[in-house]
Design a protein around this ligand. Structure first.
Ligand SMILES: Cc1cc2nc3c(=O)[nH]c(=O)nc-3n(C[C@H](O)[C@H](O)[C@H](O)COP(=O)(O)OP(=O)(O)OC[C@H]3O[C@@H](n4cnc5c(N)ncnc54)[C@H](O)[C@@H]3O)c2cc1C
Length: 335
């Protein structure tokens, strides 16, 4: 069980100077299973979701105040790549989902700044057959909708992927041979010293599913991308093709966090195929199961716990190590 330091949480809320009329959402003992697409996890001592209506500095202020008070902070996007512990989180879960939308767009250059909590694709929830995270509690913009409205392309390869801009930048999300870093110009962050900083894109700092922000105690507040003009019909056709491809591959059939392990050229084949060849599709532990339709996806087949998922991940990794001699690296983040 987590230790609920409720006095500390009360003190934090008092010191945060959140105005009485702010539209910030705060909940104590919030079930994290509702906040992640795997639908597992215990409670957060405090879940807090600032809204753009409260102004640019609110999300930064919450992050800074929690850090000043020494409270553990977990920054959360859509929860599409995380496994929360069954024991929950004894600090502040800072949900960026209310901090969404286009901050600036320059038609001439094609430069656009999305706030960190901007959803990648709202259509994902409609496609999901099981509960897949929680629906937004307030109207928010999504990247695919913005591209279609503006008639600009550059990020449409991400259609059908759940998540937020902040999470996708942090993970350097990748699909269909492209990474989010390919169109990235700069990222606005609050750094370890609680200072606002703009980090320009430098190719050397980015790699396959690797960003310079991983394992750092920082907050991404916004990201700037370089888009280009593209016909709306062509944009829509590409988005629909990606969504249909993912639907065909079973991505929305069960709660999951997408691919569990990273690919590695040294394996000579995609990790999913390596796992398939060991006959592990359908292999399960408790409510967690290697998807019957994809070796590199573990699903919550019903009633899974975070411990079930952890066990199955370790078990698959061990079997691959034993039979093929390869060391699998997890892509999903255990919180
Ligand atoms: C069905 C399905 C399909 C998927 N397909 C793909 C795919 O094709 N390619 C791919 O790359 N991924 C895929 N994923 C994984 C996931 O969609 C991406 O990793 C996505 O970018 C995660 O975004 P998020 O906002 O949900 O991040 P979260 O899961 O909320 O967070 C992930 C990590 O980023 C950190 N983080 C999030 N926001 C911020 C922020 N603002 N500042 C600092 N840190 C932050 C979190 O602390 C955490 O460590 C898939 C997932 C599912 C469920």
């Amino acid at each position: 069980m987590i230790c609920y330091c409720m006095d500390t949480i009360d003190e934090f809320l008092k010191n945060s100077n959140i105005p009485a009329n702010a539209s910030i959402a705060t909940r104590m003992r919030e079930p994290l299973a509702r906040r992640a697409t795997f639908n597992v996890g215990g409670e957060a001592a405090l879940w807090i979701r600032p809204s753009q209506k409260d102004g640019a500095d609110m999300i930064a202020a919450v992050f800074q105040q929690a850090r000043i008070q020494g409270l553990p902070v977990c920054v959360l996007g859509r929860g599409a790549n995380v496994v929360f512990s069954d024991n929950g989180f004894s600090g502040v879960v800072l949900d960026t989902g209310g901090w969404s939308g286009v901050e600036t767009f320059d038609q001439e250059s094609g430069r656009i700044v999305f706030r960190a909590g901007t959803r990648i694709d709202r259509a994902v929830e409609t496609l999901a057959k099981h509960s897949f995270g929680v629906p937004d509690e307030e109207p928010s913009c999504d990247v695919m909708g913005a591209l279609l409205a503006l008639g600009y392309g550059g990020l449409e390869f991400l259609a059908g992927m759940p998540g937020t801009i902040g999470g996708a930048v942090y993970m350097n999300a990748r699909c269909y041979e492209r990474s989010i870093a390919d169109t990235l110009v700069s990222v606005a962050i609050i750094d370890e010293n609680l200072r606002h900083a703009t980090v320009p894109f430098r190719a050397a700092e980015w790699g396959y599913k690797k960003s310079p922000f991983q394992n750092r105690d920082m907050l991404i507040t916004a990201a700037e991308f370089l888009l280009y003009k593209k016909e709306k019909d062509a944009l829509l056709a590409e988005m629909e093709a990606h969504r249909a491809d993912r639907e065909r591959k079973g991505h929305y059939r069960f709660p999951s966090a997408g691919s569990v392990f990273k690919n590695n050229h040294a394996f000579g084949m995609p990790t999913g195929k390596l796992i398939d060849e060991l006959g592990l599709r359908g292999h399960s532990h408790g409510g967690a199961m290697v998807a019957p339709f994809h070796g590199n996806i573990i699903v919550n087949a019903g009633g899974a716990t975070a411990a079930d998922i952890r066990f199955l991940v370790d078990d698959v990794a061990q079997r691959v190590r034993k039979s093929a001699g390869f060391e699998l690296e997890t892509e999903i983040v255990f919180m």
